[in-house]
Design a binder for this molecule. Sequence first.
Ligand code: PEP
Length: 260
Amino acid sequence: MLKQQRAKLVVGNWKMHGRLAANAALLQAVVQGSDEMPADVRVGVCVPSPYLAQTQLLLEGSRVAWGVQDVSAFTHGAYTGEVAAPMVVDFGATFAIVGHSERRAYHRESAELVAVKTQRALEAGLTPIVCVGETLEEREAGSTERVVGAQLDEVLAKLSVQEAARLVVAYEPVWAIGTGKSASSEQAQAVHAFLRARLAAKGAAVADVPLLYGGSVKPENAEELFRQSDIDGGLIGGASLKDQDFLAICKAAAATSVAG
Ligand code: PEP
């Protein structure tokens, strides 16, 4: 099959890491490195919300986009501790990760809640990065497609075709996140192809939404993953905290991009 000519996208998920001084050094290095990327490689970082102002200050006018790792299912109100999507937009952010497996597991976020958060992010003008993924038990039981399909369907069911076309979807097998044990490029491609078909079934305009792979992506395995026909880039956790590693992963995306 001919390789699809889609742009690449690499987004860092800092999780609950960072302090002002370390962030500044990391963001400055990423800005510098991203200047060398071809135009069809987009780079982003999703930072802890308290650092949005700092991130905006350091990234505004650069090639690097920024965002958050979660948004509230509400627009405003008595929801102590929550951060609403419009607040995030006030700081120039464009991305919001929703449905990360750590939130599904540790904060008991249901597929339905993830779908509502996706709607709130879209309404505010953000690009939701919707994460789906199976546990090791689910993979070993042969349930991967059923699990990720149901997670995606719950979101798609709440969206119009036009809204769904604005998504980014990240396949993040839970057993590969932060474990050092990445899915093989064949395993990842198989799930991405399945997700691509599911997206296409929603409407032709949805078929080409960026599909990112996440789960122990490192400089050593990034290029092979990104060469797969349905893998449009990566959502990078641990390696996004090290400038050299993150930029090496961005370079791998550039090597596999159309212009690269
Ligand atoms: C993530 O947290 O989204 C992730 C993919 O983590 P890691 O790269 O560390 O596995």
